[in-house]
Design a protein around this ligand. Structure first.
Ligand code: IPE
Ligand code: IPE
Ligand code: MG
Length: 251
């Protein structure tokens, strides 16, 4: 289809199937700084944005799964006060949105190193409540990447597989790409079709790694709290013009 041809993006699935979208929500701090607000206010505005964007992806564009990078394994390097603000905002988010996820049939998964003793007990409890309550929902999947690192994900999978081989449950020759994927935190989900990073930074920052092999990458020069449905539409429009070849030859 020609670049200039108008497309009904609501029908995106018919010409550019997009099952799984991921977001690196970046730029909360800079968004706040520009407005002479605190970084906490930026994070609050960023978290408030999540509902609108995820709902739009699921309801308007029929996307099955969305993943959101919320706290990386490297974000522990931030000041304690900022970390605790991020944690309380996440807790508030789950409490506020749980009814919405139930109503929409969305399964919430929290992916990352959840056995880290640095994560406060009340946060773990909230995470547990949200994942347990929504575990039988099957219309959509919403992955929250929390204390997540792409490298940690691969190492975690590798350790589990090594253990199974050691116990004689798996043979080295059983380790295929499909099997490996089943040990990643994103198990049972397809690879990511489109990754959008906001804030203008053009890097992955240890978000998904294994899962990004053939992902389309988009870097949007908008801070996450300012990312709108219109910005999402423009990302999806750009995605429809990508020619996903997966190493083959396609027109
Ligand atoms: C993203 O915004 C939120 C998290 C990483 C948790 P930042 O806090 O990274 O905002 P900037 O990049 O400093 O502007
Ligand atoms: C990536 O953003 C992490 C999350 C969005 C959770 P960062 O702001 O932490 O990444 P860098 O430090 O700019 O690479
Ligand atoms: Mg950042």
């Amino acid at each position: 289809m020609a670049k200039t041809e108008a497309r009904d993006l609501h029908d995106i699935q018919s010409y550019a199937p997009l099952k799984h979208i991921a977001f690196i929500m970046d730029g909360n701090g800079r968004w706040a700084k520009k407005r002479l607000l605190t970084r906490s206010a930026g994070h609050r505005a960023g978290v408030a944005k999540i509902h609108e964007i995820i709902d739009c992806a699921f309801e308007d564009y029929g996307i099955y799964a969305a993943s959101l990078f919320c706290f990386s394994t490297e974000n522990w390097n931030r000041p304690e006060q900022e970390i605790s603000t991020l944690f309380s905002l996440l807790k508030e988010f789950f409490k506020k949105e749980i009814d919405y996820f139930m109503e929409k049939g969305t399964q919430v998964r929290v992916l990352g190193e959840l056995d880290d003793p640095r994560i406060p007990a009340d946060i773990m409890e909230t995470i547990h409540e949200a994942t347990e309550k929504t575990k039988n929902n099957d219309r959509h999947v919403f992955n929250v990447l929390f204390n997540y690192g792409g490298r940690a994900d691969i190492l975690h999978a590798t350790k589990m597989i090594a253990k199974e081989v050691q116990e004689g449950k798996l043979k080295p020759e059983d380790i295929t790409d499909d099997l490996f994927k089943m040990y990643l935190y994103t198990k049972e989900l397809s690879d990511i079709d489109l990754l959008v990073r906001t804030s203008g930074e053009e890097r992955i920052s240890n978000c998904f790694l294994y899962q990004l092999a053939y992902t389309e990458l988009l870097f949007k020069d908008v801070y996450w709290p300012g990312f709108s449905k219109k910005d999402l539409a423009s990302c999806l429009e750009a995605y429809t013009h990508r020619n996903r070849r997966f190493g083959a030859i396609k027109e």
